[in-house]
Design a protein around this ligand. Structure first.
Ligand SMILES: Cc1cc2nc3c(=O)[nH]c(=O)nc-3n(C[C@H](O)[C@H](O)[C@H](O)COP(=O)(O)OP(=O)(O)OC[C@H]3O[C@@H](n4cnc5c(N)ncnc54)[C@H](O)[C@@H]3O)c2cc1C
Length: 444
């Protein structure tokens, strides 16, 4: 049996199947290839998914990106946001602040479109890693013939054997369901839903984000550097809803119901006039995203030779603004521990958890706090927030206040110290790429 090759019946821990080609999956693929593993990534979507909101890369995630060698790529693709403002029903800016205060960024922290980061990671790995788009794992069975490994079946590809399987397939992870049981037992709903989509830049925004708050709802439109389109973001409070998370039509109907009447001329409490246009844009967008603000809380992230990574293991919800950074950090730690543990991946899984647990706990606490604060309860609260924002730039101690506001986020972003794992200077090419590596095209 080969120790490095991607042979369909290899049982060595050095053949790894990763489910999910968003952030966590390709980041892990990058590191595992550097350490000499043969990596296959299976992604359910037919091509790389480029949608989503802008995401923050802060603290330890900046360090992880730098160690990966993608920090400059991230900086080049930065959203370069200038300002954030709250607007009234007529779209008039009533309070404006620098974007970095809005995003609680400090030092080298940056912000990038989720899709741009997915592209950077995919481009970094596509030559060395086998990508299977348009497929999904259907079963994972531990090998029982005395050799270690797992037998995997797919919706389309032929069955194969791998040394390890990694679930980097997000909040609704298939790997988690197959190896640990139904999602229900791990999901903690934070009481809100979020949607993000591209829309025409009819407002003529230039690296500016506009927010409009209503009781229980938050509406945002922005444009980022280099993107001729604008993005819309709609958040609404709600107890947990039952719907098919893979059916956009059901999700659009929920969005319509949550924002019904908002922005309509005749309605008594009108709201921003842009909202009806945004709902229309959501229906037409090719990158419509909708999901719950939910945490994934698990006692263990590994089971035998199966391990979870990123949102699949510990989704911190969009409320934390930390999910993407945590995925980069987790990939670095998991790969480093796997390389260090040699032929004992179970030991590596234990150490990976030990390293990550505290960081995850702090970020989950942050998510709970922000999910409560993201939308206001009453119009009075909203008026008070606007007043505070208007006063802030005039206050003599404004920098101190801004620092204080960012403190929780910064503490969470830095709640892990990255270990120094010895990385080979030159990637060990003996293990990959797999011979039948697919070359996907990007989705529009
Ligand atoms: C299209 C998209 C848009 C997003 N938009 C936002 C946003 O606006 N705001 C925000 O805060 N977060 C957003 N997220 C989530 C954000 O990317 C994650 O919180 C974070 O980056 C952690 O990444 P991850 O790789 O662990 O999980 P995710 O980014 O969720 O990636 C999981 C990947 O696994 C794939 N997948 C799912 N099931 C299977 C399966 N059975 N087999 C194979 N592949 C599978 C998915 O298609 C996806 O590519 C979005 C995610 C996606 C996929």
């Amino acid at each position: 049996m080969s120790d490095t090759g991607p042979s369909p019946r290899s049982t060595t821990p050095r053949t790894v199947l990763i489910s999910g080609a968003s952030i966590a999956g390709p980041a892990l693929a990058h590191w595992l290839h550097r350490y000499g593993f043969a990596v296959t990534v299976v992604e359910r979507a037919p091509a790389l998914r480029t949608g989503g909101y802008k995401v923050d890369i802060r603290g330890a995630a900046i360090e992880a990106a730098e160690r990966m060698g993608i920090l400059e790529d991230i900086q080049r693709a930065s959203t370069d946001m200038r300002t954030g403002a709250y607007v009234n029903d007529d779209g008039k800016r009533i309070a404006t602040l620098p974007a970095d205060i809005f995003g609680a960024r400090a030092g080298r922290d940056d912000e990038i479109m989720r899709g741009d980061l997915a592209r950077i990671l995919h481009e970094r790995t596509r030559a060395d890693v086998e990508y299977l788009f348009g497929d999904s794992i259907t079963s994972i069975t531990p090998v029982t013939d005395g050799t270690a490994g797992v037998d995997v079946t797919f919706e389309h590809a032929a069955p194969r054997r791998f040394g390890l399987v990694v679930g980097a397939d997000g909040l609704h992870s298939t790997v988690r369901r197959l190896a640990f049981g139904p999602e229900e037992q791990f999901v903690r709903h934070l009481g809100a839903y979020i949607s993000a989509f591209s829309m025409p830049n009819e407002l003529g925004l230039d690296r500016e984000e506009l927010y409009h708050a209503l009781p229980g709802r938050l509406i945002c439109a922005y444009s980022s550097a280099g993107d001729p389109a604008a993005k819309g973001l709609l958040v609404f409070r709600s107890p947990r809803l039952r719907y098919d998370h893979r059916d956009p039509r059901q999700q659009l109907a929920l969005l319509d119901a949550a924002f019904e009447g908002v922005g309509v001329e005749a309605a008594p409490a009108r709201g921003w006039g842009q909202v009806p246009r945004m709902l229309e844009a959501a229906r037409e967008a090719g990158d419509f995203y909708f999901d719950g603000m939910q945490l994934i809380e698990m006692d263990r992230w590994s089971h035998g030779r199966v391990v979870l990574l990123g949102d699949a293991a510990h989704c911190p919800s969009p409320a934390s603004g930390q999910g993407t950074g945590m995925a980069l950090v987790g990939a670095y730690v998991l790969a480093g521990e796997l390389a260090a543990a040699g032929r004992a991946p179970e030991e590596a899984f234990g150490r990976y958890e030990t390293e990550m647990r505290g960081y995850v706990a702090v970020n989950h606490a942050l998510a709970r706090k922000f999910a409560r604060e993201m939308t206001a309860d009453t119009r009075r609260q909203i008026r008070f927030r606007h007043l505070m924002m208007r006063l802030l730039p005039c206050m003599p101690w404004k920098n101190l206040i801004a620092k204080k506001i960012a403190e929780d986020v910064q503490r969470a972003a830095q709640a892990i110290t990255l270990k120094d794992y010895p990385v080979p200077e030159v990637p060990n090419r003996a293990a990959g790429p797999a011979p039948d590596a697919a070359r996907p095209t990007y989705a529009a």
